[in-house]
Ligand binder design. Structure first.
Ligand SMILES: [Zn+2]
Length: 301
């Protein structure tokens, strides 16, 4: 599941390639992925310019020039993919393919598109044709969604979220305060978006390992130093992952060889049975709060 780093990388790419473009075509292949009736959604979205794209937790928010926003959450396996059609694009080999699709986009089925574009990260749920001829795909929004919201609805939705780990005003002190008088184990707390937004299974495991804190540790037993170390670990791992390309198999575009660069950097996540890079003991896996925790019993306490 994409977490803060992967969504931040999407945001950066989208601001580079999609910002200030208008939506000229809309295709809904999965009506359940949107919050309005398909023709109504299409009518409202067509012709709108995307002013900018922001991220909060795991949400991406497309700010439209009508004051509304498109809010998307990838959930488990949603993916964004762009077919660029720009003379400056390194994706020149698919420009004609993109144009062809652009003309035909209204009659193509999701299966047709997928057959034609082998690189697509999955079955498209919602597709936007953009004013520069590029095509933006929201794929596999089975649990995920793309909702057209007014400012009030957007505010309500975002209010449910806890602090974003990349918020420059979020400090170790704030983090420590959030943990005060909290009960239960640290890992489920870290993964609850109402506490910290956008941290899922992969990065919570990594941050806990880096801080030397075992996932089952009771919050009430953490020292102030533990909390500060955990916060610093979390933020620095997230920043490293963004710098290196995040953890995702599927590229953002055909020419994207950056995404996924962090896949090989995980120290405990998904490494059960393999030797710890620090002490050589086997990495353990156990269910903690309903999710798989990966940890080293020698290095984490
Ligand atoms: Zn170890």
């Amino acid at each position: 599941m994409p977490e803060v780093p992967e969504m931040e990388i999407y945001k950066n790419y989208l601001n580079q390639w999609v910002k200030e473009k208008s939506i000229s075509h809309v295709n809904i292949f999965r009506a359940k992925s949107i919050n309005l009736e398909s023709t109504e959604f299409t009518r409202l979205v067509i012709g709108k310019q995307i002013k900018s794209i922001s991220r909060q937790g795991k949400y991406l928010i497309f700010h439209l020039d009508d004051g509304h926003a498109l809010l998307t959450h990838m959930m488990l396996d949603g993916r964004v993919f762009l077919l660029t059609n720009n003379s400056d694009s390194p994706q020149k080999n698919v420009v004609s393919q993109a144009l062809y699709l652009q003309n035909e986009i209204l009659i193509s089925s999701a299966e047709d598109i997928r057959k034609r574009i082998k690189e697509l990260p999955g079955k498209p749920s919602v597709v936007f044709g953009l004013s520069d001829g590029s095509i933006l795909f929201f794929c596999k929004l089975t649990l995920g969604y793309l909702h057209y919201l007014d400012q009030e609805q957007l505010r309500t939705k975002l209010q449910e979220l806890g602090r974003d780990p990349l918020d420059p005003n979020f400090s170790a002190q704030d983090f420590s305060q959030l943990l005060e008088r909290k009960r239960g184990m640290i890992k489920p707390w870290l993964m609850n978006p109402k506490n910290i937004a956008g941290v899922g299974n992969a990065y919570s495991n990594e941050a806990l390992f880096s801080a030397g804190v075992i996932p089952t540790r009771l919050i009430s037993t953490l020292s102030h130093a533990d909390k500060v170390k955990l916060f610093d670990s979390l933020v620095s791992i997230i920043r490293d992952s963004i710098r290196l390309g995040g953890d995702m198999e599927e590229p953002f575009a055909v020419w994207d060889d950056f995404t996924g660069g962090y896949n090989t950097y995980f120290k405990v996540y998904d490494r059960a049975g393999q030797p710890c890079f620090v002490c050589q003991e086997a990495i353990q896996r156990a269910e903690v709060g309903g999710r798989n925790a990966f940890f080293c019993t020698h290095c984490q306490h």
